[in-house]
Every structure is written in structure tokens, then in C-alpha cells.
Design a binder for this molecule. Structure first.
Ligand code: RNT
Ligand code: ZN
Length: 414
């Protein structure tokens, strides 16, 4: 019997594209799925409350994970419905312990259950310091705070996160990408931006000064444009961190919600990758602001995937996700969002890249235009379905049933 995939394969072959090769390229790509979609960025500290720092999950859909065990169960379900093997991006406030260490006192042991679980599941970990949702971050100043005592508190937090991350990496045999995002900024126009930036730079230098083995952990820094409550100035702006990452050799994190809304974040990949060795992405969907909507298979995500593939920077880009929506099933958000990133990559692998490049090099923009638009009619969905079939995960209506029945099971939690 001829399958939809057989027809798709033939149609692509007509363009000189090998669909099996595209599937083989997609299979090993591991996406770092963020833990915080599962519980609306609340975490498991005893005193946890609002996320603060201008980050806001809105909605009260039933089923929020309230404990590490619930979050892990939800993650297992999600990974089970995403083809391939993927990473987990943890935040420091997701510790799993009956102790209540303050942020400057966290230790590996507080996270050890996550490592046991990761080993069991065959998952690798990434990590983030949590520099928000804390009394010492209430002024939206942490590493750049004028008070050295507050800066030291957060520097200690960051150092401990790096030690914990290095142990994650050593235990799991894969470098743990350890990201720093701080909310630091001012609501109204500051008098001395330079002083604040010098303080942030000095704090980062101190925090990063203990050497870590790059085979166990790598530091990343994440910029932002603005946040609620820090409209006038963000100390860790894009230019600040781009310069910092280039000078200090850290990974540069680009969050798609952290630029002016009309900027094309995909354009920044090749531009920055010439100056930094490695990139970290927070793939996200800003709507009017850094709203962290779940990513769709839309043109902004396709553009990111196309640039990673055309620019040949996939192997030095860590693809992380950063979205959270509390108005829909949280597990569905993870599964559909992560699969959308994979679908975009698959579509990028299904382009006749050499031919497209040749039209551009020959300044044959008419042909480039005709090709890009006609290619959109090819049946990439049939190739995706075949990928899911080979990876033994559902797609289409079967997937929807799976997502719905899991959501029913967790709906009674609150
Ligand atoms: C905030 C940053 C940051 C957070 C996570 C929870 O604007 O995007 O990455 O979303 O660390
Ligand atoms: Zn982010």
C-alpha cells in the first residue's frame, strides 16, 4: 500500500531532497525543555510566591504541578509524547528537599533527586540561577545592587548554582548549560547607568571566577530589553551581555522575547555566532511584550530554524525553550511547543539548500522567490508523521486524545 509518506518522499525527491536524510538529521537534536512551564514559574521553595522580576504567568487552568513528584510525572508524560530524547532545564528554585536553604545556601544534595530521576530517564540537565521571586530581589536589583551585601548574596547564589551544575554535568556525562538572567533595572530614568553596569560586570566576574570544567558546565548570560517595573533601564541589556560574552568567552543566550517587537531575532544568530563560540536560545513567542506565549509553528520559529541550518550553527547552539501559559493544559503546552521547534527544524532540513544558495549567489532573486514560495506547498506534515511513527510517539488526533486524557488525570489537583 502506498502511504502518505511514500508520496511525500517522491514529491521531495523531485526537488532533489532526501526525506529519510532529513529525518535522520532531526533525530539526534536534543531540545532543552524548561521545567517552569509545568507549574507557572512557582518553584518548590517553602516560602515561594509570586515570580517577580517582571515575569508573569497568567491563568488558572487546573493541573499545575505542586510538588517535584508531580512535576516529574508531568515531564515523563511530556517526554513520552515528544519524538527523540531531550534535556531538562531546571531553575534553582526547583530544589527537592525538606530543608529550606536560602538561595545563598543551596547545595547539590538539595537537587540530588533530580539527578537520580534524570539518570533513570536518560535525560541530561541544564540549570539556571533564580535571581528573582525573593525578598532580596524586590527592588529589581540583584547583582547590580548598590548595596555590596545584596550583591554578595546573589554572587554566592550564582557560585553555588555553578557548583551544582558542574556536578549535574559530571554525574550525567554532559555539560550543564548554566544560564544567568537577572531582573536588574530601573522603573524610571536612572542618573548613572554606567555605575549600575560596572557593578553588574564586577559581580559577574566574581561569580564566574572559580574555574569550572567545561566538560561539566558552561556559563551563559541572558539579556533583556525591559520588564514590568523596569521600563526605563535594563542593566543587562543586549549590548551589555553581547560584549560581556565576547570578552569573557561565555555562552550568549538570546531570548526571542527580549528584543524590540519588530526585530528579527533569527537575524541575530549568524551575526553573534561570528563572535561567540556557542549560543543558547530561549525560544519563545512574545505578543506585544515579553509575554512568553507557547511557541507556534509560525514564521518566527521557522526563521530561527532556517538560520540555524543555513548558517551551519546547530552544533554550537543549545536550543532551550522559554514559555509559560497557565490558561491551557501545561503538559500540552510542553508537548506541542517542543514538537513545534522540531517541526520547524525538519522543514529547514527539507529545503534544497544548495540550490537556494546558488540562486542567491547568482543574484537570481526571482528564482529564489519562486522556489521559497513553491516549496511551501510540499507535504512536510507527512514527513513529520513518519518521523513520529518511527520514534513511536503519536501524532494528529491520537496525540490530542493522549494529551486530553492526561489533562483529565491531573485536573483534580487544585
Ligand atoms: C525572563 C527570562 C528568563 C526566565 C526564566 C524563568 O524574562 O526570560 O529566562 O523566563 O529564567
Ligand atoms: Zn528567557
Amino acid at each position: 500500500m502506498t502511504t502518505a509518506y511514500d508520496l511525500a518522499k517522491a514529491q521531495y525527491a523531485d526537488w532533489g531532497i532526501d526525506t529519510d536524510a532529513a529525518i535522520d538529521r532531526l533525530r539526534p537534536i536534543s531540545i532543552s525543555m524548561h521545567c517552569w512551564q509545568g507549574d507557572d514559574v512557582v518553584g518548590f521553595e517553602q516560602q515561594s510566591g509570586a515570580s517577580g522580576g517582571g515575569i508573569q504567568a497568567t491563568g488558572n487552568y487546573p493541573g499545575r504541578a505542586r510538588t517535584p513528584d508531580e512535576l516529574r510525572a508531568d515531564l515523563e508524560f511530556a517526554y513520552g509524547n515528544i519524538p527523540g530524547s531531550h534535556r531538562l532545564n531546571l531553575h534553582a528554585m526547583y530544589l527537592d528537599t525538606d530543608k529550606s536553604p536560602d538561595r545563598d545556601a543551596i547545595e547539590y544534595d538539595h537537587f540530588a533527586p533530580w539527578v537520580d530521576w534524570s539518570k533513570d530517564q536518560g535525560i541530561k540537565l541544564d540549570f539556571n540561577g533564580t535571581f528573582f521571586a525573593h525578598a532580596k530581589a524586590d527592588d529589581n536589583l540583584t547583582l547590580s545592587h548598590p548595596d555590596a551585601g545584596i550583591r554578595d548574596f546573589w554572587i554566592e547564589h550564582g557560585k553555588r548554582c555553578r557548583d551544582i551544575a558542574a556536578r549535574f554535568g559530571a554525574e550525567l556525562g554532559s555539560p550543564c548549560i548554566t544560564n544567568v538572567w537577572v531582573p536588574d533595572g530601573y522603573k524610571d530614568t536612572p542618573i548613572d547607568r554606567m555605575a549600575a553596569r560596572r557593578r553588574l560586570e564586577a559581580s559577574l566576574d566574581t561569580m564566574f571566577s572559580p574555574a569550572q570544567d567545561a566538560t561539566h558546565m558552561k556559563d551563559a548570560v541572558e539579556s533583556k530589553l525591559f520588564g514590568i517595573g523596569v521600563e526605563a533601564a535594563t542593566i543587562g541589556s543586549h549590548e551589555f551581555y553581547m560584549g560581556y560574552a565576547i570578552r569573557k568567552g561565555t555562552v550568549l543566550c538570546l531570548d526571542m522575547g527580549h528584543f524590540h517587537p519588530t526585530e528579527n531575532v533569527a537575524d541575530k544568530l549568524s551575526a553573534t555566532a561570528l563572535s561567540v563560540d556557542e549560543l543558547l536560545l530561549h525560544v519563545s513567542r512574545p505578543m506585544r511584550w515579553d509575554s512568553d506565549h507557547v511557541i507556534l509553528l509560525d514564521d518566527s520559529i521557522r526563521a530561527m530554524a532556517d538560520e540555524l541550518v543555513s548558517g551551519d550553527i546547530l552544533d554550537r547552539t543549545h536550543i532551550g525553550l522559554d514559555f509559560f501559559d497557565a490558561t491551557i493544559s501545561r503538559t500540552a503546552a510542553w508537548v506541542i511547543g517542543t514538537r513545534n521547534m522540531q517541526k520547524a527544524l525538519l522543514e529547514s532540513f527539507l529545503r534544497p539548500l544548495d540550490r537556494l544558495r546558488a540562486t542567491e549567489d547568482a543574484l537570481n532573486f526571482s528564482e529564489r522567490f519562486m522556489m521559497t514560495e513553491e516549496l511551501k506547498g510540499l507535504p512536510s506534515g507527512a514527513v513529520w508523521d513518519e518521523f513520529c511513527r518511527r520514534m513511536e510517539v503519536p501524532s494528529g488526533q491520537t496525540l490530542i486524545s493522549e494529551l486530553e486524557s492526561y489533562q483529565k488525570r491531573v485536573a483534580g489537583r487544585d
